[in-house]
Design a protein around this ligand. Structure first.
Ligand code: GLA
Length: 501
């Protein structure tokens, strides 16, 4: 409809120049009278230089966003804005104006808006300048040896989203101990997005009312023999719309260290609009890496920027210990399988103290079958992925406990050689992966990617484990002498994980 209106306006202004001449596109600086919290637009400035129009819209999430693909007709401007997120396809935004009121209608990501602005004075506009801060010059940050094997623990996001609070975190810590998960190696209790409040008069970031005392919470988690982690972003806003560390990087690192945090997940989020080159993304992680080092505390540094700019090739250089390889996992087989089988990062980037992170576990969250969760866990173990539980460990089925505490499977993940397993054979329905272990054995994963049971047969030598003597089935808990050939029947989306000596 909007498009039709625009083409009509364009046609009229071509046929009858006077039509276009009367109603001119808006120019100058305007301040919005209000905006949805996302993307929190503050002002729009439209300039005409040598007859060419250009414009910039300012957002408290994304900073200054230039109007792209700008078209003008009569009193109407049509354009797109790009927030730096490659998953979004920008759609048309329309501005119309008379002398006094400018109206802007459109959609950015999930948010539709229809907002007005008034002509602004220079002072009014200036007060809404998006602050910019210098990034440090390129340096390599010395990595602390804090993740010689892939980090293991729990994170609040997959199950609780932003509905997380002090009481739940304490109960999770208790449950990690009572369920045996802590003894199995899961030691980090990581609070993801949703804990943040506002900054105080000195700029010190405060937790929100759901976290009355972060230091006391950290002390509690430590008293259980566990470690604690926290979450922030280099953008002004975290992905959940909470206060990010933009302009307060060093100060926040200090605060986290003072609270006793042992782990930081640092998520690019709204920073993606203006840290959108390899250099600036690197520098923004370097800045936090240096800030963490300056605190003198041991803090695992987890990079979350969805695998952009070949992060595995430089994640260690900013002091990072793990880096996400993709966008978010979901609790369904298709998404988990896409990440695990098809987007798990370059194997040469992973190894002791620096890990490809295919995202946190969904085991126990209910969206997949037990066989699919075994596939999930087997793949993550073969990849030497960080094992961060994403379920409610206070209420687990026996199947969930069995999958998550399987010591043999965890040992494959935590193998000190830190090798990322790779597929050695695959077709439309199945994949076979192998991973060399430090004791000379090979972990072998057999996967059924189809939704019907299949039998996979072949010879050991063909998949590089010729001369095999003993085969331990890590899910069935059985041991057998190897013949020359193997044959495994796997349920739909199922897996077998073997250790072959
Ligand atoms: C991003 C991250 C998730 C989670 C959310 C929090 O989407 O990739 O893992 O941290 O932000 O808002």
């Amino acid at each position: 409809m909007r498009k039709r209106f625009l083409s009509l306006t364009l046609a009229l202004s071509v046929l009858f120049p006077a039509y276009g001449a009367k109603a001119k596109p808006p120019e100058g600086g305007w301040v919005f009278d209000g905006s949805p919290d996302y993307p929190d637009f503050t002002r729009v400035v439209i300039n005409r230089t040598s007859g060419t129009l250009s414009g910039v819209i300012t957002s408290r999430w994304y900073g200054d966003l230039p109007m792209q693909d700008l078209r003008a007709a009569g009193d109407t401007l049509v354009f797109k804005i790009n927030n730096g997120n490659p998953r979004l396809t920008p759609s048309d935004i329309v501005i119309t104006a008379d002398d006094k009121v400018l109206r802007m209608k459109g959609t950015l990501w999930y948010q539709s808006f229809d907002i007005t602005a008034h002509k602004a004075t220079k002072t009014e506009l200036k007060a809404l300048d998006f602050p910019t801060y210098p990034l440090p010059p390129y340096r390599v940050v010395a990595q602390k040896a804090l993740a010689l094997t892939p980090p293991m623990g729990w994170n609040s996001w997959n199950r609780f989203n932003t509905e997380i609070d002090d009481k739940t975190v304490r109960e999770i810590a208790d449950a990690l101990v009572s369920s045996g998960l802590k003894d199995a190696g899961y030691v980090y209790v990581n609070i993801d997005d949703g804990w943040q409040g506002k900054r105080d008069a000195n700029g010190v970031l405060q937790p929100n009312a759901k976290f009355p005392d972060m230091k006391a919470l950290a002390d509690y988690v430590h008293s259980k023999g566990l470690k604690i982690g926290i979450y922030s972003s280099q953008g002004p806003k975290t992905c959940g719309g909470f206060e990010g560390s933009y302009g307060h990087v060093e100060q926040d690192a200090k605060t986290f260290a003072e609270w006793g945090m042992d782990y930081l997940k640092y998520d690019l989020c709204s920073g993606e609009a203006f840290y959108h080159t390899r250099e600036t993304v690197y520098a923004s992680y370097q800045q936090m890496g240096e800030a963490l080092a300056a605190t003198g505390h041991d803090i695992v540094f987890s990079l979350c920027q969805y695998g952009r700019f070949d992060v595995g090739s430089w994640g260690r250089d900013v002091g990072g210990h793990l880096w996400r390889t993709t966008g978010d996992i979901e609790d369904n087989y298709a998404r988990m399988a896409w990440i695990g089988f098809d987007a798990s990062g370059k194997p040469n980037h992973t190894g002791p103290n620096g890990w490809n992170d295919p995202d946190m576990l969904e085991v126990g969250n209910g969206g997949m079958t037990t066989d699919e969760y075994k596939t999930h866990m087997s793949l993550w173990a073969l990849m030497a992925a960080p094992l961060l539980l994403g379920n409610d460990v206070r209420t687990m089925t026996p199947d969930t406990v069995a999958i998550l505490t399987n010591r043999d499977v965890i040992a494959v993940d935590q193998d000190t050689a830190g090798v990322q397993g790779l597929p050695v054979k695959k077709d439309a329905t199945h994949e076979i992966w192998t991973k060399k272990l430090s004791d000379g054995a090979t972990a072998v994963g057999l996967f059924n990617r189809s939704d019907k049971p299949i039998t996979i047969t072949g010879s050991w030598s063909e998949i590089g484990v010729g001369g095999a003597k003993e085969v331990r089935d890590l899910w069935a808990h059985t041991q057998a002498h190897a013949e020359t050939d193997y044959s495994y029947t796997l349920p739909a989306h199922g897996a077998a994980l073997l250790k072959v000596h």
